[in-house]
Design a protein around this ligand. Structure first.
Ligand code: ATR
Length: 269
């Protein structure tokens, strides 16, 4: 049976094995998908060994996405732009090919599952770290009217804005309302929010949090209190997995039913 795995550290609580098992059943593909505890010292050798032993594909997660990027022979355009790789496979010639499906997973979640278009919209992105860098290319490919990156450390937002040809701002200097606000800061992991002005939210504003949880995230709570609807990043997690599955198997699974099921499981757990 074809073998796949996710490599990261920590890895025990990864949801990827159950997501891919669900996709495999749904699309009637015969495969196994396991976890691999990433080795800080020997990560590259671990990856090579996995493929040497016949492994077909790897997902890469924290903290190895940049190292995976650095060791690839071939990179997709979106992986190049992200500077990070979350999906690995071997080409027909045996070269290591790296892609990044995080951004497209998020964009498809927004457009397919939530029926929101990014086209011609004023988009605000909060944060300028690795997570945001990973999603910028697919967001820009969806032809928004403008993309503004706001970050606590403005220089980091400016660096990304220069590279991706969009706008940078501090939180203070943001002006006007936005159609779509995407939270990509890691602040909400610890229950914090950047200082966001109420005026950012207008009648049409819709919010997306790259984080997810059982309860509404602090960012989505902030939006909700100001009358804006939104969604968390559970669908992004499932979406990036679906795109990886598609790369490996050339079959694109349906994500909506799994997101619904996972949401229910999170509530009863
Ligand atoms: P990730 O891989 O999750 O993107 P990262 O590269 O460390 O992690 O980036 C974290 C992002 O969250 C950064 O944009 C960071 O802002 P700074 O660049 O100013 O550090 C942002 N962030 C983290 N904690 C924050 C907080 N309490 N308030 C505002 N922004 C925060």
């Amino acid at each position: 049976m074809d073998q796949y795995a996710v490599v990261g550290n920590p890895i025990a609580h990864s949801k990827s094995p159950s997501i891919h098992a669900y996709f495999a059943t749904q699309t009637q593909q015969s495969l196994t998908y396991s976890t691999l505890l990433g080795d800080e010292v020997g990560f590259e050798q671990q990856v090579r060994d996995f493929f040497q032993q016949g492994g077909k594909g790897l997902n890469v997660t924290v903290p190895f996405k940049e190292r995976a990027y650095a060791m690839c022979d071939i990179l997709s355009q979106r992986a190049k732009q992200a500077g990070a790789v979350n999906t690995l496979l071997l080409s027909e010639k045996g070269e290591l090919f790296g892609d990044n499906t995080d951004g497209i997973g998020m964009v498809r979640d927004i457009t397919d599952n939530y029926q929101r278009t990014l086209k011609n919209k004023r988009v605000l992105i909060l944060g300028a770290g690795g997570a945001v860098r990973g999603v910028l290319e697919p967001i820009l490919s969806a032809s928004p009217a403008s993309v503004t990156i706001a970050n606590r450390t403005v220089e980091k937002a400016q660096g990304l804005a220069d590279h991706f040809d969009c706008l940078a701002s501090s939180f203070d200097a943001l002006e006007g309302t936005f159609d779509i606000i995407i939270n990509g800061t890691s602040a909400s992991l610890s229950g914090n929010l950047p200082p966001l002005k109420d005026e950012l939210i207008g009648d049409q504003t819709w919010c997306y949090d790259m984080m997810y949880g059982i309860e509404r995230t602090v960012f989505l709570q902030w939006a909700h209190e100001r009358g804006a609807d939104g969604a968390d990043g559970l669908g992004m997690l499932v979406g990036q997995a679906a795109e990886a599955f598609y790369l490996w198997r050339q079959v694109r699974p349906n994500t909506a039913s799994l997101v619904k099921e996972m949401r229910q499981q999170m509530r009863v757990a």
